[in-house]
Design a protein around this ligand. Structure first.
Ligand code: F6R
Length: 369
């Protein structure tokens, strides 16, 4: 059922726009988010909670990291994100006012499941963000918001990732709305931006051919680094994970601000570095900071591939290659910037003659520890 695609992964990447659209579908009324599923958490839970804790593994964990930036900004509530296997073995402190949000494509990941069970025993409220109807984790949770990415067959998660970010954004927006942290006008603006993402994602898919060419000349590359800041940081981590699992090469994602604290020592002539560049229209100074990071690594011989917004000319003199993404405000950039990285992971694996759907040593659903 690959339907003419060379792999399930290629098909699933092509379905990323649809995964976002379907996850939003029916959950916006009058321009505002409405997730009736959250009622199952109990009365006043959304207004009364004082902390959100997101637990997940792998790619789902990176979706959680993206969610932290958004929920804190929109709902003004503290958010922590933890790897489920680190969380469950250290008697973490929870209270009935903690909302524990698990994120899992399969809904069967053992560590995430056990973390949810622990959280419930401690009296926390549990919400599952899951892509698989009726899976174990949603059944063990107080409430569930399903992502509607459709079945994901390739071992490496792609369309589920963008659907997870979409779901966690819907949660963040609803929390912001009910807690009064988001003015309705601002909330409506953000909802409209989220609804515009699928169309922009479809445009990003057009860069596939160029990325395939890049992957070909990089087939012998031994190591690739990824840099990002703010919501671009988890995207960098995701880009690196995809290369490890699909192309079996050493890859690391870093927060760009960490460069000077160690990683810059890794830069030597020819080192390929992907940089996720924040929008120059963003009122924060992050764009300038990342451009200056690019200059620093380029001066040491790095080969820079920038993922930057259309019209961002400031990166041009400093990057060896620029992959363009459509204009979007900061929180919506990760949804767009991750797609070229998904394509790159797949194409590099394909250029090396590897099976992109079934990487060695990995299983789609990790039901053991
Ligand atoms: C990476 C990948 C894994 C999963 C992780 C969690 O491409 O697919 O890192 O994201 O095993 O799986 P779920 O979401 O099923 O809990």
């Amino acid at each position: 059922e690959k339907g003419g695609w060379s792999s399930f992964m290629a098909k699933e990447i092509s379905e990323e726009p649809e995964a976002v659209a379907k996850t939003i579908l029916g959950r916006v009324h009058d321009g505002l988010v409405d997730l009736p599923e959250l009622a199952a958490l109990g009365d006043d839970v959304l207004t009364g909670l004082d902390r959100v804790l997101i637990i997940a593994c792998g790619t789902a964990y990176y979706a959680g990291l993206v969610g932290k930036y958004a929920i804190e900004q929109w709902a003004r509530v503290p958010v922590d994100v933890e790897l489920a296997h680190e969380f469950r073995y250290r008697e973490p402190v929870l209270s009935p006012r903690t909302l524990v949000v698990s994120i899992s494509q399969s809904g069967e990941t053992m560590d995430t499941l056990m973390a949810v069970k622990y959280a419930r025993e401690q009296g926390a409220r549990t919400l599952s963000i899951c892509n698989t109807q009726g899976a174990t984790i949603p059944r063990e949770s107080d409430a569930v918001v399903y992502t509607h990415a459709g079945p994901e067959v390739a071992v490496a998660s792609t369309k589920a990732f963008v659907a997870q970010i979409t779901a966690i954004y819907l949660l963040g927006l609803q929390l912001g709305q009910v807690r009064g942290a988001l003015e309705p006008e601002r909330a409506r603006g953000l909802v409209a931006e989220l609804q515009a993402v699928p169309e922009k994602l479809a445009a990003v898919l057009n860069s596939g051919e160029r990325i395939r060419e890049m992957a070909k000349w990089m087939a012998d590359t031994q190591s690739v680094l990824f840099l990002g800041r703010h919501v671009g940081y988890p995207v960098a981590l995701e880009g690196a994970l995809k290369l490890k699992e699909l192309a079996y090469i050493h890859a690391e994602g870093f927060a760009a601000g960490e460069l000077k604290h160690g990683p810059i020592a890794l830069i030597e002539p020819g080192q390929v570095v992907f940089v996720i560049v924040p929008s120059p229209r963003d009122p924060s100074s992050l764009h300038a900071k990342v451009v200056s990071n690019i200059q620093e690594i380029r001066a040491r011989g790095a080969r820079v591939i920038a993922i930057a917004e259309a019209g961002d000319v400031a990166v041009l003199p400093h990057a060896d290659e620029v992959i363009r993404i459509p204009l979007a405000s900061p929180f919506f950039e990760p949804l767009l910037a991750v797609v070229p990285l998904h394509i790159f992971g797949m194409e590099l694996a394909a250029a090396k003659g590897l099976d992109v759907d079934q990487p060695r040593n990995l299983a789609k659903s990790v039901t053991v520890e």
